[in-house]
Design a protein around this ligand. Sequence first.
Ligand code: NAD
Length: 507
Amino acid sequence: MATAVVPKVFKNFINGEWVESRSGRAFENRNPANHNELIGLFPAGTPEDVDLAVEAAREALKSWRQVPAPKRAEILFRAAELLVRRKEELARDMTREMGKILAETRGDVQEAIDMTYYMAGEGRRQFGQTTPSELPNKFCMTVREPVGVCGLITPWNFPMAIPSWKIMPALILGNTVVFKPATDTPLSAYHLVQILQEAGVPRGVVNLVTGSGSQVGTPLMTHKDVQLISFTGSTEVGRKVSEACAPEFKHCHLEMGGKNIILVMEDANLDLAVDGAIWGGFGTTGQRCTAASRVGVHKKVYKEFLEKFVERAKKLKVGDGLDPTTEMGPCVNESQLRTVMEYVEIGKNEGARLVAGGHRLEHGAYAKGWFHEPTIFADCDPKMRICQEEIFGPVVSVIPVDNFDHAIEVANGVPYGLSSSIYTRDLQKAFRAMRALETGIVYVNAPTIGAETHLPFGGIKHTGNGHREASVAALDFYSEWKTIYVDYSDRLQRAQIDTGSFGALKE
Ligand code: NAD
């Protein structure tokens, strides 16, 4: 099947034109399953490119915000249709540039489709409130207004889904966008922006600048004409984003790291829990913010669960994600692979018991890629670094727990708070866990991954800063409420002061 790549040398998209970076330089995008394969050359953006993109977005804002939202929605709807039509080629290109297996990259594109349709629907909603006034002959209502120019900075692990979580709500509310994707996944960003262009997004409304965090991300988040930054990535960079946004009080939304857990109680359906731990731990090669990198198992079923889990992990077929029989792809790049290998050493030195994997795969079919075995540590202490720090690779730490309360204590004993899950057939335990787990997302009898676009997505503690993506929650971040009072009494009425003496009311 052909892929969607046409040019090998790609450009930025600024003010409705595909343009080279002012730097004249480019960076390489290579296939992590075969680093001999050059996917393309992408512009190494500079602060000057960011200035041009922000200026275009600022200018376009004047008219875009006036376009009736249902008309904006028609463009989004057309974009969704194009995504549907091109889903397979987009998925294949995504697998080539970042390694996820095809089933998952199809899911990634599908999430972008779902979000685009969903936000197109908001073109005819964006509900505000009308409420009674405390005074006669006075009318009260709220309307949503765009925030302005939005700087959107995204990671590589969901190359089309995460950008769509940000771009689509921004657009439907009348904002304009400067989009800076991760350097590992510029091709998917290119496709998404090209589709928006084809769908009819006017000049300057969406701008794409590829390049590094320091040369594109930092100038974008510190730019005086950018009113809003939405960032998904590591907690370390997220802190910098937060600090950069503070002096000018920019709207700032951060979605950051996770150290998610699956809890397996003594009454769980163990085979179901093993299915969940395999998918949650090794899906996307463990490179999901919601990956189940810890599994806490009740001591009564610990041995049985571990045996089944290890047996299944050892059988996982690792390889090129384009091969339909592959179950786990490579790490996204060499540096991510090195991080995984370092954590395996850390785990061994901390005294965790290595029961599956533990090695890089580098011979034969693996020689040209960044592959690592699915790896399991058993008998882990919840305070070990491998149980506390985000590894972002195919490494799962299994922790024995004594009882329900201990399980919750272990689950909550990390700095992050994105996703958690409990496997139990006991309704009381399930409901107590839903209340006690300190995460933005809780699953019952399902793994820690599997968000749907019409529900709020995000985390607490060091994962997030109080906002949510997707669903109607996203509308709150990408709009300002304007509260409007219309007094048609033809006299001065003072709220809180003129109470109780309304006199004769006229029709
Ligand atoms: P990263 O923090 O290294 O990079 C994220 C983005 O920020 C990239 O576009 C990068 O170029 C940019 N960036 C890097 N340094 C910057 C700087 N100094 N100034 C401005 N921009 C900068 O993260 P990553 O490696 O791309 O992605 C993995 C991380 O993302 C993990 O921590 C994962 O948990 C997190 N993540 C979180 C969620 C969520 O919704 N909570 C979803 C996916 C990924």
